[in-house]
Design a binder for this molecule. Structure first.
Ligand SMILES: *Cc1c(COP(=O)(O)O)cnc(C)c1O
Length: 426
């Protein structure tokens, strides 16, 4: 599409956007009487207006039924997580039995590594990104440590080529092949939180399996953002959080994916009663009888209040449809990229430049664009904030902006560009 940097053009795209009405289903923070330009759905998604009703319903059922709510609540709490699985499975390209919502993200990453990182003297290495999210770095390093290995030699970090910011798939595969039979598992962020690069999960999985290793992904920046087909891609394990693109609220419940080929194999795992077969759970068997599903990894009974918040958002995703969201997302982020390009032309004779480090290919990114603000410091971010833009700043000078297709508009993107221009031209 041929874009134009005018408010009329942006409004025209909004009018044609079949998903435009979903914006009204979310609360936008207000600054000086005006909705902010919210480009931080990659960090904390906005609150759906229906979330309060969903949570309130559970509080009311608790008031009405007490413990009987486990079976008599509108959504019986005993099975609450099962009411989330269909929507989650659709977002991840998984079978319903391959997903379960539980715990928080880093906890889940550890639980999965307990099963899928089984180092031996010969095969003890983990591959992850050099620029992985810190919690993921700590998780893989401490896992190596717990098994008696030195993380300095057991963790292999993938670094971009000199002068580049993203990883090339060929280099990732080469690193896997080089590690060969010393490699236990590959664990990458499916969409890197920093660059916004969406890795080629299937090719990486094939390479890991060829080396005799397992392969897993942290979907924190992928779930609800990009299309995935985890089952068919034969991915072994994955975890996701629900408070970023999935809009379930601060610190809300996480979840995992385990490929069905691993069910019933008695993989080493940490066990709890909620992973026991629900048919025998209340017979209180002394020996753990894992259900043949990803929920075998569940430990505790469901945190219903935060799950209700997640359900309120997943219902909106079901309505909107991920394919529709992706179609809009490519256009919306493409428009942001175009606006940044226009701005760079205008400032080409200054010492400033906004260098987008996220891949240009829409298939290799979600909605986020990460930009290095050359010649600019935190002052730019402070001015953006003061002008009503909520985006994310990482030292020394990287801006991350994520126009989210579910609630952001083309007008938001135009306004973002207009505000940036005003700051840079002064
Ligand atoms: C957001 C994020 C986390 C945060 O972990 P929590 O346990 O939810 O605090 C971890 N890893 C990645 C890749 C993330 O993007």
């Amino acid at each position: 599409m041929k874009f134009e940097n005018t408010i009329a053009f942006a409004k025209g795209l909004d009018e044609k956007d079949p998903l435009r009405h979903f914006r009204d289903r979310f609360y936008f923070p207000i600054m000086e009487g005006k909705e902010v330009v919210y480009f931080t759905g990659n960090s904390l998604g906005l609150q759906p207006k229906q979330t309060q009703d969903y949570v309130l319903r559970e509080l009311e059922d608790w008031a009405s039924y007490g413990v009987e709510g486990h079976f008599h609540a509108g959504i019986p709490w005993y099975h609450y997580k099962d009411f989330l699985s269909d929507s989650v499975a659709t977002l991840l390209g998984a079978k319903k039995e391959e997903v379960v919502v539980m715990n928080s993200l880093t906890v889940n990453l550890h639980l999965l590594l307990v099963s899928f990182y089984r180092p031996t003297e010969k095969r003890h290495k983990i591959i992850c990104e050099y620029d992985a999210f810190p919690s993921d770095l700590y998780a893989v390093q401490s896992q190596a440590n717990v098994h008696g290995f030195n993380p300095d030699s057991s963790v292999i970090y993938l670094k971009p080529r000199n002068g580049e910011h993203c990883l090339q798939t060929d280099d990732i595969i080469k690193a896997i092949e080089d590690a060969g039979d010393s490699l236990s598992t590959v664990m990458l962020g499916a969409v890197n939180f920093y660059t916004g690069q969406y890795f080629e999960l299937e090719k990486i999985t094939v390479a890991a399996h060829k080396a005799g290793a397992t392969c897993g992904f942290n979907l924190a920046h992928a779930a609800g953002n990009v299309k995935m087909d985890l089952h068919n891609w034969n991915v072994d394990y994955a975890c996701f959080c629900s408070y970023k693109y999935l809009n379930a609220g601060p610190g809300s419940v996480s979840g995992i994916f385990v490929h069905e080929k691993h069910f019933g194999k008695n993989l080493p795992q940490f066990a709890g009663w909620w992973g026991n077969d629900p048919d025998t759970r209340f017979k209180m068997p002394r020996k753990f009888e894992p259900v043949k599903a990803a929920s075998a990894w569940a430990l505790s009974n469901d945190p219903v209040l935060t799950m209700a918040a997640l359900k309120s958002s997943l219902d909106i995703f079901d309505e909107a449809g991920l394919a529709n969201l992706r179609a809009k997302s490519e256009l919306l982020t493409g428009y942001l990229e175009f606006i940044i390009g226009q701005l760079n032309t205008k400032i080409q004779n200054t010492k400033y430049k906004l260098e987008v480090i996220t891949p240009q290919d829409p298939a290799r990114r979600g909605c986020q664009l990460s930009m290095i603000a050359h010649g600019l410091g935190k002052d730019l971010f402070n001015k953006l904030t003061a002008a009503g833009v909520v985006c994310d700043w990482r030292e020394p000078n990287v801006i991350r902006a994520a126009p989210v297709p579910l609630y952001n508009s083309f007008e938001d993107v135009f306004r973002f560009g207009e505000i940036l221009e005003k700051i840079l031209m002064n």
